[in-house]
Design a binder for this molecule. Structure first.
Ligand SMILES: [Mg+2]
Ligand SMILES: [Zn+2]
Length: 238
């Protein structure tokens, strides 16, 4: 059997068009922006901070069900349907995974409501539960992934990926990686010259690569994207 390609997707601002956590704050707890002087990128205790957001949402009069309803309303990035249609039709060529610091509930709801769950083989993400007080709550999938100097306190996708790929690196002939954020840089640096990274045009990863010289640290080919069609056209060559 010939080797497959491994396609790694980020979730927020890649599969879905916006960042679900920040969008939820805007909708249900905009008062948090005032409390944090407009900057919600809390540098420590990211998971605790997320849970603080969910507690605040309930204090503001919304429910667990509102959070779930919000997850159902999230839209895909432009032309992502086309990319996933192509992947589905050629699934024998691709193993497809998501690596995200977001939670399993939002990922599963988005994939099911857009009918693209069948395109994915594995979802590597944080956990979520409904707690005793009926509040949405997230927990770390494994705290060892939060120990990267660069990405702390966020989940390090490289550490997560290394665990996933060990013992199976020979299974794949090429790795594709689509992402947008600063937390996609660490893993981008780990990919080899036969691999391809797709940074979303004018988002953080793209700016690190092209405006802050991050490109020098990348061995993989870099193909910027604006919509799913750009990625789709490119991967058709392989
Ligand atoms: Mg992202
Ligand atoms: Zn890292």
């Amino acid at each position: 059997m010939s080797k497959r390609h491994l396609f790694v997707f980020d979730f927020d601002q890649t599969i879905i068009d916006l960042d679900s956590e920040f969008a939820m704050v805007e909708k249900y707890a905009p008062d948090l922006y005032k409390e944090y002087n407009g900057d919600l990128c809390v540098k420590d205790h990211w998971i605790e901070f997320n849970n603080y957001i969910y507690t605040r949402i309930v204090q503001n009069g919304y429910t667990y069900e509102d959070v779930i309803k919000f997850f159902h309303s999230l839209k895909l990035s432009p032309n992502m349907e086309e990319l996933f249609d192509y992947i589905r039709k050629n699934k024998e060529k691709y193993e497809v995974i998501i690596i995200t610091g977001n939670n399993e509930q939002v990922v599963n709801i988005v994939l099911s409501s857009h009918k693209i769950r069948d395109c994915f083989d594995h979802i590597l993400c944080n956990k979520s539960i409904r707690d005793k007080k009926n509040i949405f709550k997230i927990t770390s999938v494994n705290e060892k992934y939060e120990h990267c100097e660069v990405d702390r306190p966020f989940l390090c996708k490289s550490l997560f990926f290394e665990d996933f790929i060990k013992d199976k690196i020979d299974k794949y002939d090429k790795i594709f990686y689509a992402g947008d954020g600063t937390n996609d840089f660490c893993l981008s640096k780990k990919l080899g010259k036969n691999d391809v990274i797709f940074p979303r045009v004018n988002y953080s990863l793209y700016k690190i690569l092209f405006e802050k010289d991050g490109k020098k640290e990348i061995k993989a080919e870099i193909i910027p994207w604006n919509n799913g069609k750009d990625i789709c056209e490119y991967i058709k060559k392989y």
